[in-house]
Design a protein around this ligand. Structure first.
Ligand code: AP5
Length: 212
């Protein structure tokens, strides 16, 4: 299965990607996570990407296409993959096509903007191991600290109200139009992403025809 997860910031792409990765036995490639790692390690890509991410803007297409092409050439991608956060522009979608990557399904998680703001304002991550939490929806056992490594839980730099709004605007202007691109190819599947987690998992499985 070569799958793309699409949806607004905070739609649950990372959450569903983790679940699908285990279910399907293929790797998830999260471009957001790759960029945050690159920033932490202060690589050339990280240095170039940092200001765009902190302002809620998209990193330039040429940087992203090169990064993803290199990742897809690695052996674990031969049996399939889940792309989380790529493509995000029509140019990125066309570059995947031009590289001969044949996608089986594009799953669009639909969530209203109001729900997004609520989810992202309450999201936290471990400052040590990066494990994801949410102070409303996925609480740690001990408030403020990671269940796995005890690290302090912090807010992502781009999860502040003004940047969340910028990210939503960018999504509606630059990413949402890709829907039409994949609809025309007949591979777009849509799932409601704003139900409770267990229900959303069921919505995703149904949309992808899994477990039938
Ligand atoms: P990226 O990391 O991809 O951020 P995003 O798309 O904004 O998505 P998020 O990671 O914020 O959310 P998500 O959809 O994964 O939701 P999650 O599962 O965490 O990208 C960051 C930045 O990198 C971009 O802004 C851009 O600058 C740059 N970038 C990345 N890719 C790029 C590209 N291709 N081109 C250019 N630039 C690029 O869930 C969110 C929260 O909600 C969590 O707390 C979770 O616990 C909770 N939650 C999830 N599902 C549910 C549910 N059903 N009910 C209740 N709570 C839920």
């Amino acid at each position: 299965m070569k799958l793309i997860l699409m949806g607004p910031p905070g739609a649950g792409k990372g959450t569903q990607g983790e679940i699908l990765e285990k279910k399907l036995g293929i790797s998830t490639i999260s471009t957001g996570l790759m960029l945050r790692t690159a920033i932490k390690e202060q690589t050339e890509v990280g240095k170039a990407a940092e200001k765009y991410i902190n302002e809620g803007k998209l990193v330039p297409d040429d940087v992203m296409v090169a990064l993803v092409k290199e990742r897809l050439s690695q052996p674990d991608c031969e049996k399939g993959f889940i792309l989380d956060g790529f493509p995000r522009t029509t140019a990125q979608a066309e570059a995947l096509d031009a590289a001969g990557v044949e996608i089986d399904k594009v799953l669009l998680l639909e969530v209203d903007d109001d729900v997004i703001v609520d989810r992202l304002s309450s999201r936290r991550e471990c400052s040590k191991c990066g494990a994801p939490y949410n102070i409303k929806f996925k609480k740690p056992a001990k408030e403020g600290f990671c269940d796995s490594c005890g690290g302090e839980l912090i807010c992502r730099k781009d999860d502040v109200p003004e940047t969340i709004q910028n990210r939503l605007n960018v999504y509606h202007e630059q990413t949402e139009p890709i829907k039409e691109f994949y609809l025309a190819k007949g591979i777009l599947a849509v799932a409601k992403g704003e139900d409770a987690l267990e229900d959303t998992i069921a919505n995703v499985e149904k949309a992808l025809g899994l477990g039938e």
